[in-house]
Design a protein around this ligand. Structure first.
Ligand code: E9O
Length: 606
């Protein structure tokens, strides 16, 4: 089930289906998560209530009322598009880079596939459904309802017809048909077609998978798969960043060693050198397929206290982030992606975690190119139920995620989950399957989980991990207002995790909310001063923890303010950003920038 990234080259091409799609919303979910109306058989653009929806974008903030923003249940997207006759000899694969949460896909009214979960790509061969030289109808039904069996999880409540007593008095607090769906996580559940949609055209004999492992000694191994190799000659060529050919073979699988390989380094340690592997399939001297995969020579190792990249200690100066912006929500946007990575570099950052789901494929290539090291995280945020069904879905998402991102040198670790309730006994067996899955597919990267609700003395899973991530909020969720206590509390807490588990630790979240422009001296919570002081005090503890090799990195929560659902602790979203939601710096951004820039050059680290 490997999905290669889409590329255009001598043989391969694609039609983008991005743009304005026809859009119709069904009534709120009546508690039935099964398919609603069978509108795939109709022309949605003829519906009187049809409107348009940009793709890619979340749909929630595009409308004008709260109905669409707060919608729970089905929405329908439809696009009519010609498929040229000249392409009729190509395989046609319909590929979605991310649809949140549940998608059912139809081509010319016929169901072709369904998919569960946002933030990961899925595709389906539609060659036999497509009409060539004609207009085709693509329909996608999307449901955003979360429950305790989805990942991420959420609480679903539906008030059926209320009971009445004999005198007709209503016996229910909530009106008939009331639906409430609260995600068990702290960000808005942006829904719809969030990333690009492409009609991918590949030859009938084609490359299906490429797996490359290349380390800092110059050793490499690769393996490539095709759907059919009968009578096919394979040609593999490796090129360095200056397009010099450095290796070639006719095997689908080979290993070798490059003398003087130029390594991929995170920024602050060296240049992020990249190589390319060109895989060609040739039949009777003619090129039938070609695919070019970029990769890097680099090694990730870890001791009981540190993480090393190419045998050199790596200290993460990082961020928790979100794919989140005004209007588009979690929809992919090149301007937002580029601005965010530019700001991350301006801050002197070298690292981030894809909180709390895999980020866009475009962004993974940018991380490679810029030398930004990333921990890629599954969509499993805030897990508190550990059923077999959850486990299977989680394993599938983890597998798809590693499959998608395995050849990116910037990815240095896999995060299985954020803040699971792993004090529950049954979580151990559950997490064991995930660790084994990740190690089974990828031996070259460490596996971690990000701990929040559990402590060093009650977590059932942390010893299974290669390194440990911990989120801690002294001065905010704990001891609000007691800034002078932060230093000792953070040191105490984190050093006990380390003493208990003897693993490297990254503190992956700390921080405080601030409303931009709210100034208070002396500081009070929600002022820019308070946020800044919490961060400065936490840094004192980090310096001591770094010095004695207790932590191998730090990540602020959060890079920028982001939207959440409505709760009493959120005023138009979470304001723990060091940037505002429109990416303007708060006071804390300068504190962090000073700190990261001072530590940016990592070549002297011990
Ligand atoms: C996950 C992140 O998505 N961690 C949360 C972040 C937050 O700002 C959220 O945005 O709330 C922190 C959870 C910390 C909870 C600690 C509670 C301790 C009570 C004693």
């Amino acid at each position: 089930n490997c999905l290669l990234h889409v590329q255009k080259n001598e043989i391969r091409t694609f039609d983008s289906l991005d743009g304005l799609w026809t859009f119709v919303r069904e009534p709120h979910n009546g508690g039935d998560i099964g398919i609603g109306n069978q509108w795939n058989t109709l022309d949605l653009d003829k519906f009187p209530n049809a409107t348009v929806m940009p793709v890619p974008s979340a749909y929630n903030d595009i409308g004008t009322g709260s109905e669409l923003r707060d919608h729970i249940g089905w929405v329908w997207y439809e696009k009519k598009e010609f498929v040229p006759l000249r392409d009729r000899n190509m395989r046609h694969v319909l590929r979605f880079a991310s649809v949140n949460y549940f998608a059912v896909v139809y081509v010319n009214s016929e169901k072709v596939t369904s998919h569960t979960g946002g933030h990961l790509p899925f595709e389906v061969d539609v060659s036999s459904q497509i009409k060539f030289g004609a207009e085709n109808k693509f329909t996608v039904a999307v449901n955003n309802t979360l429950s305790w069996s989805t990942i991420p999880q959420g609480d679903f409540n539906y008030q059926k017809l209320a009971q009445r007593n004999i005198s007709g008095r209503i016996l229910s607090r909530l009106p008939d048909g009331a639906v409430k769906n609260v995600g068990n996580f702290d960000f808005f559940n942006y829904a719809g077609i969030l990333r690009t949609v492409q009609l991918v055209k590949i030859p009938s004999i084609h490359i299906q998978n490429i797996n490359i492992v290349a380390d800092h000694t110059g050793s490499f191994f690769f393996e490539t798969a095709a759907n059919n190799l009968d009578g096919i000659q394979v040609e593999v060529k490796m090129f360095d960043g200056d397009s010099n050919q450095v290796f070639t073979t006719n095997q689908t699988k080979a290993e070798g060693k490059l003398e003087n390989a130029k390594l991929w380094w995170p920024r602050g340690m060296g240049d992020p050198n990249l190589y390319t592997l060109d895989v060609s399939l040739i039949s009777d001297g003619e090129l039938v397929d070609i695919y070019r995969e970029t990769f890097g020579f680099r090694t990730v190792t870890w001791s009981d206290s540190q993480i090393f990249i190419n045998s050199k200690p790596f200290y993460c100066l990082g961020f928790g982030m979100h794919e989140d912006f005004e209007l588009i929500g979690r929809g992919f946007n090149q301007a937002v992606m580029t601005k965010d990575l530019n700001l991350l570099e301006w801050m002197g950052g070298n690292c981030y975690r894809t909180t709390h789901y895999p980020y866009s494929e475009e962004r993974m290539f940018e991380n490679d190119r810029r030398g930004i090291a990333v921990i890629v995280e599954t969509p499993a945020v805030g897990l508190k139920g550990f059923s077999k069904a959850n486990n299977n879905l989680h394993i599938k998402m983890l597998t798809d995620m590693i499959d998608r991102d395995k050849n990116h040198p910037s990815v240095f670790a896999w995060s299985l989950a954020n803040e699971p309730v792993t004090s529950k006994k049954e979580s151990r067996a559950y997490f064991k399957t995930l660790v084994d899955t990740a190690h089974g597919i990828d031996r070259t990267r460490p596996v971690t989980t990000v701990y929040g609700p559990t402590n060093f003395d009650n977590d059932e899973t942390a010893d299974l991990m290669d390194f440990i991530c911990v989120n801690r909020y002294y001065g905010w969720y704990i001891d609000m207002g007691y800034i002078p206590w932060i230093n000792q509390s953070v040191y105490w807490d984190i050093s006990l995790w380390r003493e208990t588990f003897h693993k490297p630790i990254i503190v992956t979240e700390y921080g405080a909310d601030s409303i931009p422009g709210l100034n208070q001296e002396p500081s009070v919570d929600f002022s820019e001063q308070y946020q800044n002081e919490v961060i400065q005090e936490t840094h004192h503890a980090f310096d001591a923890l770094h010095k004695d090799h207790t932590i191998t990195g730090e990540m602020i929560w959060n890079f920028a303010d982001f939207m959440t659902g409505m709760t009493t602790t959120r005023a138009v979203g979470n304001h723990k950003g060091v940037f505002t939601r429109s990416r303007q710096a708060k006071i804390a951004a300068y504190t962090l920038r000073n700190r990261y820039l001072k530590r940016f050059d990592q070549t002297q680290l011990e």
